[in-house]
Design a protein around this ligand. Structure first.
Ligand SMILES: O=P(O)(O)OC[C@H]1O[C@H](OP(=O)(O)OP(=O)(O)O)[C@H](O)[C@@H]1O
Ligand SMILES: Nc1ncnc2[nH]cnc12
Length: 192
């Protein structure tokens, strides 16, 4: 794990979080170093560190809406939303949400996809936080910001457990702040 500029330099919780994330080479495609957060979920201490750090950061920021990106943002978003007293809104892959939805297409490290959001979920001028497990190219977060802004929300920040700095995802976020807990070591970022 590299030091990330997140105000937590020297915090031992970051090492515990980093140690709990498994790296799988060549998944789901050759050349991808897959950051597997399912092993973090097996470690309740490290999992709780993640939730605690985000809750401490966001509890006094007057956030009324936490949006989580399918699928792995559904794991971290709800406990954070509950703890800070905000509603949780799922941003879903195409065709999963009933009722009126808006959608945004985006590019990924390994393909294209689309995200959808219920229009009735958001009130105008709500202060929103976007949560996902990982940011790579920033395509997913960028689509999430667009959905929320189209519905009238103000996106305060995007937060992810893992950042892959080589993809420069923060550049796609329309100037919105990106808060990341850990970044992989150089060894973990070697592609084959
Ligand atoms: O910054 P980006 O390049 O947009 O990539 C990040 C996204 O990729 C992964 O999800 P994926 O699309 O693989 O979907 P999944 O969670 O359903 O597996 C990850 O959970 C993020 O949502
Ligand atoms: N390297 C990676 N590991 C896990 N999830 C990802 N999503 C995009 N790139 C990823």
């Amino acid at each position: 794990m590299f030091a990330v500029e997140n105000g937590l330099l020297g915090d031992p919780r970051l090492q515990a979080i980093s140690d709990a994330i498994r790296v799988i080479p060549h998944f789901p495609k050759t050349g991808i170093m897959f950051q597997d957060i399912t092993t973090l979920l097996l470690d309740p201490v490290a999992f709780k560190h993640v939730v605690d750090i985000f809750v401490d950061r966001y509890k006094h920021m007057n956030i009324s809406l936490v949006a989580g990106v399918e699928a792995r943002g559904f794991i971290f978003g709800p406990p954070i939303a509950l703890a800070i007293g905000a509603k949780f809104i799922p941003l879903r892959k195409p065709g999963k949400l009933p009722g009126r939805v808006i959608s945004e297409e985006y590019e990924l490290e390994y393909g294209n996809d689309r995200l959808e959001m219920s229009t009735e979920a958001v009130k105008s001028h709500e202060r929103a936080l976007v949560i996902d497990d990982l940011v790579a190219t920033g395509g997913t977060l960028s689509a999430s910001i667009n959905l929320l802004e189209r519905a009238g929300a103000e996106v305060v920040e995007c937060a992810c457990v893992v950042g892959l700095p080589k993809f420069k995802g923060h550049c796609k976020l329309k100037g919105k702040p990106l808060y990341v807990l850990v970044e992989p070591t150089q060894l973990d970022e070697i592609t084959f």
